[in-house]
Design a protein around this ligand. Sequence first.
Ligand SMILES: [Mg+2]
Length: 396
Amino acid sequence: MLGNVQRTILHIDMDAFFAAIEQHDRPELKGKPVVIGAAPDRRGVVSTCSYEARKYGIHSAMPSRTAARLCPHAVFLPVNGRRYSEVSRQIMEIFQRFTPLVEPLSCDEAFLDATGARYLFGDGPAIAKRIKAAVAAETGITCSVGVAPNLFLAKIASDMNKPDGLTLVPFSEKLIPAFLAPLPIKRMWGAGKKTQAVLEAHNIHTIGDLQKTDPVKLAAWVGENAAATFRRLAFGIDSRTIETESGEKSISNEITFSEDQSDSAAVESALLDLADKVGARLRRAGLFTATVQIKVRWKDFSTITRQRRIDPPCCDDFTLRETALELLQKEGLHSPVRLIGFGTGNLCKTADVPQLELFQIPEKQTSSKREQLSRAVDRIREKFGLQSIRRGSTLD
Ligand SMILES: [Mg+2]
């Protein structure tokens, strides 16, 4: 069920990234509780903290004031986005030496498809060891790696032996369900707080519980789509492939605010505007997108991107807007925003899509209706010249 060709996927995650960089740059901080984020006497939250600080119960997204109460002698430092981006580029460059199939998930995390790299560098664990050694030698900080036959399992594994961990998932269909069984359901992809509460209410606490749940009941509790996904993932089945940014067509657009923006309504409306503009460009080019991405640059210049796959690919403003907003709201505005961006990727031509339609259920009708509406808006904008007003600077 894992497919005929056994893939080797690595998920690499830096350990306490920002705090580790500070401890490396200032050796006097080594072994000390270090908290990166808002100052202890200010409103605002912890961005990252060192493992020494975690022993006091401090964690990401906790108010800095609470962190200061838990550990009054912790060293608090502001986020130094420029420095962290520099190290982020360094580690991504190291990953690229082993395979061009690198999918960054954030500044300190990436998936690698090392299937082909095995012929050059040895098996999955051997590649993981080489990467860990290169990262440590060149940046002075550690990472944790999960090695697995697919993305879902690799991501779960990288978190299991932090810090400086290397976790190998059994490459055997028979052993994988038992490997996953003891893990809490919060480790499932797509199981948000709401879904978790629903599952907990039905006495499903671990992935093992999920494996034993009647699929019909599960669908009734969480919906058919989520139930199908959970069933697959609970047994360790995940056929998704690495998505690389380079070499693939993309259309995106971004704006920098004249002043750092902390009003979430203003940031959201700017993002929706960008989504509309990108949507219009997609439709004009006869393209559909399979990936929606948002980019946020915070006040301190640190930058994040978050993306989601769209299946089937779309080109309508409604889906683009909804997805953009969900990604932004999931991230939350924890600090003022300098720049906001919206992008699409993995574009395909119109001609590829009608084939999909043959197999689509009513959902697709909604999506083509959405497309028709979006195209109607395009025509109105063209006729009344609104388009030229709505157009902004673009970045491809
Ligand atoms: Mg990390």
